[in-house]
Design a protein around this ligand. Structure first.
Ligand code: GTP
Length: 415
């Protein structure tokens, strides 16, 4: 209970015991009833080379024949050229709880001579599912959101006993930010106990080396001891070494069990001493299905959505931001005004310079004219002076003045 006058951020929470029953302790039941009415939807993807036991494991996990017997391609039969995406759904019910289970299969993955881009159709499919959800979120009526996003991807590793293959690394690197990756060692009954231990160590080392994030039960504070231990046990089994079988066989002690019978003994699928199937099922179905859905929604989808909207909307957002924010609008107008003034100033400067240049040109021209006139006058005066000096000398020396042209004739001088 908190006082209304205090701001939400600072308000201290006062714990109080109620005097009588108010009724909100019934909330979990309300949520439970609503969830029961709606049912649950879980989408899981299976990826791995053909024949690694994907369909068998899904049938074993959900104890249902989701997949019927498959036809094995005959030698020379065309298998297509790309990875296919096939989706199968089934409604299963347990103790009144309905689960719509969708399994997305990826036949063809890793089956071609060139598997370079095997991951691409799978990434495209996961993103298309995100896009479909995003499109529903953007609708006016969002009351009936259908969540077809992939909540978990079980990746089947071939039981080679060596290390991850390049195709495994490439696939996980491309997918780990878009889906909850759950790596499993397929058909682990083909490896000895020691080989499984060593193989797991190498796989985990490879995963860490390539910075791949795989899904692991998160450890929360305030968790009870039992849950913490359960989670730790699950984590210790990653990557799960699984065995699948949807048929019953006789165990060593004569029980009917799901397993695989060999001449030397029987491998029981549900026996934790034989394989990690039980732990995988516990995480995927019994304890962390909701966690997987939540992580998909809150982290993986949210990151994709943010990235997508940023890529799509940067330009648009900027325009809207400018149009709606008065400060940004004012700053933009001021900048435009300043640019206009600067342009006018530059134009005026140019005109002024042009005028100055023209004036200088004119002055230079008249200066040159003055100089040449001055030079001419000077030359004429000099000539005049020389002539006068000559005249003076002649007068002083008593010599007759040299008559000007035509003068001699007129006055009879010379011949
Ligand atoms: P595709 O549909 O071709 O991709 O194959 P898949 O990966 O779905 O394999 P599927 O489940 O059809 O199994 C292929 C064969 O492997 C079948 O003969 C199964 O009985 C067998 N198989 C399945 N799981 C296991 C297992 O855990 N161990 C062993 N030894 N064999 C298995």
């Amino acid at each position: 209970i908190q006082s209304q006058s205090q701001s939400q951020a600072q308000a201290p929470v006062i714990r109080k015991k109620l005097a009588s029953w108010v009724g909100f302790s019934n909330l979990p039941n309300q949520v439970h009833r609503r969830a029961m009415r709606r049912g649950f939807h879980f989408v899981t993807m299976v990826v791995g080379e053909s024949g690694l036991g994907k369909s068998t494991l899904i049938n074993t996990l959900f104890e249902t024949k989701l997949y019927g017997p498959k036809s094995v391609p005959q030698p020379g039969q065309d298998r297509g050229k790309t990875v296919q995406i096939e989706s199968t759904s089934a409604e299963i019910e347990e103790n009144g709880v309905r689960l719509k289970l969708t399994v997305v299969d990826t036949p063809g993955f890793g089956d071609f001579v060139n598997n370079d881009e095997s991951w691409k159709p799978i990434v495209d499919n996961i993103e298309a599912r995100f896009d479909a959800y995003l499109e529903q979120e953007n609708r006016v009526n969002r009351s009936k959101l259908v969540d077809n996003r992939v909540h978990a991807c079980i990746y089947f590793i071939q039981p080679t006993g060596h290390a991850l293959k390049p195709i495994d690394v490439e696939f996980m690197r491309r997918l780990h930010t878009k889906v909850n990756l759950i790596p499993v060692i397929a058909k682990s009954d083909t490896l000895t106990e020691e080989e499984v231990v060593l193989f797991k160590q190498r796989i985990l080392a490879d995963i860490a080396h390539h910075g791949i994030q795989i899904f692991q039960p998160p450890q929360y504070e305030n968790e009870d001891e039992e849950t913490i231990q359960e989670n730790e046990e699950i984590i210790s089994k990653v990557p799960f070494a699984v065995v699948g079988s949807d048929s019953l066989v006789n165990s060593q002690d004569g029980r009917q069990v799901r397993g695989r019978a060999y001449p030397w003994g029987t491998i029981e699928v549900d026996n934790e001493a034989h394989c990690d199937f039980v732990k995988l099922r516990q995480m995927l179905v019994r304890t962390h299905m909701e966690e997987l859905r939540e992580h998909t929604n809150e982290i993986l989808y949210e990151n994709y959505r943010t990235e997508k909207l940023r890529a799509m909307g940067v330009m648009q957002d900027e325009t809207v931001f400018k149009e709606t924010n008065p400060a940004v609008k004012q700053a933009e107008e001021r900048a435009m005004h300043e640019a206009k003034l600067a342009k006018m100033e530059a134009e005026m400067k140019m005109v002024f310079q042009q005028k100055v240049q023209e004036k200088e040109q004119k002055l230079k021209q008249s200066e040159e004219e003055l100089y040449s006139r001055h030079r001419e006058m000077k030359e004429a005066l000099e000539k005049q002076r020389l002539e006068l000096e000559d005249k003076k000398r002649r007068i002083e020396s008593g010599r007759p003045l040299t008559p000007e042209k035509g003068t001699k004739k007129r006055f009879g001088i010379g011949k």
